[in-house]
Design a binder for this molecule. Structure first.
Ligand SMILES: C[S@@+](CC[C@H](N)C(=O)[O-])C[C@H]1O[C@@H](n2cnc3c(N)ncnc32)[C@H](O)[C@@H]1O
Length: 217
């Protein structure tokens, strides 16, 4: 499948078409990856909200034949057949993180470009985006190996700084980036959880710490 042309095409859309990427959003992940060195050969990657497939396409290129990409979305990428790509056609809110971990095993990287259908009402859209981001984080906590990376789209809103602190408290640190390919009118930013995911096992009593969900916006 190729990007269809229309009168709103911008520089990144034309470039993506020329370079055979499935969406212009690939340039956001490329920028994040070149700044933070997220994806490596042999990695296992979970790509949440993978349709139409440009992030999975890029991740497959970076991880090479020894790596694996698992894409999850409500919609399946079209004409997307790679031996090391697996698609899960699911609503992310129906995913039980521990069951997903049992099914997939650990992964090195969780990407989330999950985006809600927008209403144009700022608070509604950022609340929906935050719900998706919180779910992605819950999944990341369950499936990431100890030194994994988490990349997550969030619309800027009042819960952003709380979510950033939460991610930061569970990883070695959290950075915010607004890639150059982000459309001017968009309020999206990417939060990157870097380094070690702190153990979910509390020292001493061996109990599991519940996933640190932020309050619902
Ligand atoms: C911006 S697009 C992702 C673009 C993709 N990263 C790419 O480069 O091709 C956001 C995706 O999130 C998916 N999405 C939104 N809500 C979802 C949900 N509840 N469960 C699964 N996928 C969802 C949408 O179907 C949509 O394909």
């Amino acid at each position: 499948m190729k990007i269809r042309s229309n009168r709103w095409d911008d520089h990144y859309t034309r470039k993506a078409r020329e370079e055979n990427w499935l969406a212009r959003s690939v340039y956001k992940l490329k920028e994040i990856d070149s700044k933070f060195r997220i994806l490596r050969k042999g990695d296992r990657v979970l790509d949440l909200g993978c349709y139409p497939g440009s992030w999975s396409q890029y991740a497959l290129k970076k991880v090479g034949p020894s790596g694996t990409v698992i894409g999850l979305d409500l919609v399946a990428p079209e004409g997307f057949f790679y031996p090391n790509f697996r698609f899960l056609g699911l609503d992310v809110f129906d995913v039980e993180p521990i069951s997903l971990k049992e099914e997939l095993g650990e992964v090195d990287v969780v990407l989330s470009d999950l985006a809600p259908s927008t209403t144009g009402v700022k608070n509604t859209d950022s609340a929906r985006s935050m719900n998706l981001a919180a779910k992605a984080f819950e999944i990341a906590e369950a499936v990431l190996r100890g030194q994994g990376y988490f990349v997550c789209k969030v619309f800027e809103g009042e819960d952003m700084s709380r979510f950033r602190s939460l991610v930061s408290s569970r990883f070695g640190g959290a950075r915010l980036l607004r890639p150059a390919a982000t459309r001017k009118r968009s309020r999206e930013v990417y939060l990157i959880g870097l380094g070690a995911v702190r153990s979910k096992v509390l020292p001493g009593n061996g109990e599991c710490h519940p996933a640190g969900e932020p309050e619902q916006p």
